[in-house]
Design a protein around this ligand. Sequence first.
Ligand code: ADP
Ligand code: MG
Ligand code: MG
Length: 212
Amino acid sequence: ADSVDAAWARAWIVTAAEVLAENRVALITLDREIGDGDHGENMDRGFQAVLEHLDGLADDATPGDVLKVVATTLISTVGGAAGPLYGTAFLKAALAAGSATELDGPALVAALTAARDGIVLRGKAEPGDKTMIDAWTPAVDAATAAVAAGAGVHEILQAAASAAEAGAAATEPLVARKGRASYLGDRAIGHRDPGAQSSALLLRAAEAAAGA
Ligand code: ADP
Ligand code: MG
Ligand code: MG
C-alpha cells in the first residue's frame, strides 16, 4: 500500500533535526532582521531535544506516538512563539494520525491539515500576515490537490514542500500582522519570515524521509 509509517515519522524528525542544525545560522539571520534573532537557536535546540526523547520510544510506536513526542518536547523545550505553535501543530497531527500504524495519502493530508489548523487555532494568524501560516496554508492546499489527483504519499509531500517554499519566499514583500515582526511596520518589508522558512525546511524534510 502507498503509505507512510512510524519509520517515516522517525526519519522525518531525524532529517528535520539535521536540516535545522544546518540552517541554524540562516534562521538566526532572518530572525535578526525582523525579530529577536533566536529562531534558529530555538528550532535547533528543540529538535536536538526531540532526538533524545525519540530514543526512549518503544519499537512498536505508531506515527502518532512519534508526532506526540515531538509535540510535548517542543512545548517544553522551545520558548517564544514558535515552541507552542509547532507544539500544537505536531499535537494536532498526532491526534489526526490516531493509533494507525500507517497513513495513506488521505490520512497524511488530514494530519498536515490538522497541523496547520492547530497553528491557526493557537496563533490566530491569517494568510498574508507574514507568519509560518504563509508556508503551511499553500502546503495544505497543494497536498489536498495532489491527493485529489490521485498522487501517492511521496508526491503529496513533494507538492506540500514546494508550495511551502514558494509561500515562505512570498512573505518577503509583506508587512507582518502577528508576532514580533508586527511591531516593525513597513520595516519588515523585504525580509523573509523565519517561521515560514523553518516550516518549509520541515516539510522538505518530510518529503526526503518518504524517499523517491
Ligand atoms: P519569538 O518571536 O518569540 O522569538 P521565534 O523567533 O522562535 O519566536 O518564532 C518566530 C516565528 O513565529 C515568526 O517568524 C512567525 O513565523 C511565527 N509566529 C509568530 N507569531 C505567530 C502567530 N500568531 N501565528 C503564527 N505564527 C506566528
Ligand atoms: Mg525570535
Ligand atoms: Mg524569542
